[in-house]
Design a protein around this ligand. Structure first.
Ligand code: HEC
Length: 186
């Protein structure tokens, strides 16, 4: 049975387990997310400008997992992206991640600014402890080219070919598309 100790970032100081200083893990997580997000966004933008969304799909499809592995290796963490409605089956959330994603959607619905929706936790499995950090990813206008309800016909065809079980559609601006997840051994 897995046990979770969730610490709200804001309430951290008042939670007993926070006697442990988690700021190094938090900083490392933020840095990894920034590197991943910036590289991917840069390549996505360049591909959109060069060849439009169809060409950019190949970039997302090949480069998103590659950049995630590269950043993970470089920084000694495990970084990825996940969602309640996934496109890539490898991005499936586990039980805890699913709970956090649902909580993020509820926080968003309650009016919280998506740019600040995040959470950290110490995840305990038997003798092993893992630090986990998740940060919400809001949907912007450019995302609708490939994650909106209506996409161009060639995009639709490419998505069907690459992701026959794609669920990552129907998003609107401001929705949470998913979250970054960073795991670090403790
Ligand atoms: C050119 C098409 C395209 C655009 C534009 C695009 N995506 Fe994606 N997105 C993809 C593809 C393809 C994947 C699967 C890649 C992978 O393995 O992570 C994906 C996967 C994701 C995932 C990982 C979860 C999952 O569903 O597998 C997130 C989160 C995500 N996109 C968010 C966004 C956000 C936020 C934007 C806008 C800033 C965006 N995407 C724009 C094509 C696109």
């Amino acid at each position: 049975m897995k046990r979770f100790i969730a610490l709200s970032l804001l309430a951290m100081a008042s939670v007993p387990v926070a006697a442990q200083d988690l700021s190094p893990q938090l900083q490392a997580s933020r840095a990894a997310i920034q590197q991943f997000a910036q590289s991917l966004q840069g390549e996505l933008q360049a591909a959109m400008q060069a060849g439009g969304p169809v060409q950019a799909i190949e970039i997302c499809s090949d480069r998103a997992p590659e950049i995630a592995s590269q950043v993970s290796r470089e920084r000694g963490v495990e970084i990825g992206r996940t969602s309640l409605k996934i496109r890539n089956p490898n991005n499936q959330p586990d039980v805890w991640e699913r709970q956090v994603l649902e909580e993020f959607d509820a926080r968003r619905a309650a009016g919280e600014n998506p740019a600040h929706i995040e959470t950290q936790a110490i995840y305990i499995r038997g003798e092993e402890k893992e630090y986990r950090f998740m940060k919400a990813i809001p949907t912007g206008e450019v995302c609708l080219n490939c994650h909106g309800a209506q996409v161009a016909a060639p995009v639709e065809d490419a998505l069907k070919r690459l992701y026959p079980r794609d669920a990552a559609r129907g998003y609107e601006i401001g929705d949470l598309r998913g979250a970054f997840i960073v795991r670090q051994p403790m």
